[in-house]
Design a protein around this ligand. Structure first.
Ligand SMILES: [Zn+2]
Length: 277
């Protein structure tokens, strides 16, 4: 074989590897980094992607930012929040401590930043001082901001140890953080103490909140209340498969349309986690 042939073979191999890697990783890239912004109504903008989904609520007295995203998305969200805020104060709410929801906290110096209460040493070590919130919600906090009522409920353990949901009461819009991944296999991590049974309990508590018209999940498209039930059904099905391997194939088939994040989330990963957290 001469050098030209060797070069050609190596070139083809590289192209094939790069091609298949991009096919595998592109959905994940799109899912994590691509942003879409839409005005839900005059006061509320929902910004999907660029990290976790975020909300930007403009009230008479303040602007509320729900989850501050990853690097690029975080900077853009901050800019938009500042434009909308003008002289009004900015309040930040984190649904949980994971980086794709809190990395932008560093921009909001001097703002009130809320998070569900949990071991503060742990939170500080994980988030770093510049992203660390300054308000810790034990059970619930209700903010009355002019004509708006913003309710924060710390549901506790589920996806992490301090999963908080945020209800914009007048609109019936519920931000669930990563307690809901819409048609996406959820992220379960031992280091975050993810707990499927408690997670199901959190979803039950969400179902008991009256007047929810729209659900904004941590990742994936917003939708209606049925999304809460769909996430609950997913976990019940995965628990069934974890307990009875003969049902595993059928459950994987049932959720074949749910996005997998390569090497991170899939029905197999969820079943494996339930069997051995
Ligand atoms: Zn998360």
């Amino acid at each position: 074989m001469n050098w030209r042939k060797i070069f050609l073979v190596v070139f083809i191999i590289v192209v094939l590897i790069a091609g298949s890697a991009s096919i595998i990783f592109y959905p994940m890239y799109r899912f994590m980094f691509q942003e879409t912004s839409r005005d839900y109504d005059k006061g509320l903008t929902i910004i999907q992607g660029g990290g976790g989904n975020s909300g930007l609520l403009v009230t008479d007295s303040a602007v509320v930012v729900i989850d501050t995203k990853l690097s690029g998305g975080a900077a853009k969200l901050y800019k938009l929040a500042m434009e909308k805020a003008g002289a009004k104060k900015v309040i930040v709410i984190n649904t949980h401590y994971h980086g794709d929801h809190v990395n932008g906290n560093q921009f909001y110096k001097g703002s009130d930043i809320y998070i569900g209460d949990y071991d503060r040493k742990f939170l500080l070590a994980d988030m770093g001082a510049e992203k660390m919130p300054n308000h810790f919600v034990r059970d619930s906090v209700i903010l009355h901001l002019g004509n708006e009522t913003v309710c924060m409920y710390n549901l506790g353990q589920g996806h992490t140890m301090n999963d908080m949901v945020v209800l914009l009461k007048g609109r019936g819009v519920l931000f669930t953080g990563d307690l809901i991944f819409n048609k996406v296999n959820p992220f379960l991590k031992k280091e975050s103490n993810a707990n499927v049974d408690k997670w199901i309990g959190d979803l039950d508590r969400m179902l008991s909140i009256p007047g929810i018209a729209t659900v904004v999940p941590g990742h994936g498209e917003p939708g209606d209340r049925n999304m809460i039930t769909a996430m609950r059904d997913y976990f019940i099905d995965m628990k069934t498969a974890a307990a009875d391997p003969s049902k595993e194939k059928a459950m994987k088939e049932k959720y074949k349309d749910w996005l997998r994040l390569p090497m991170m989330t899939s029905p197999e990963a969820t079943i494996g986690y339930i069997r051995k957290p």
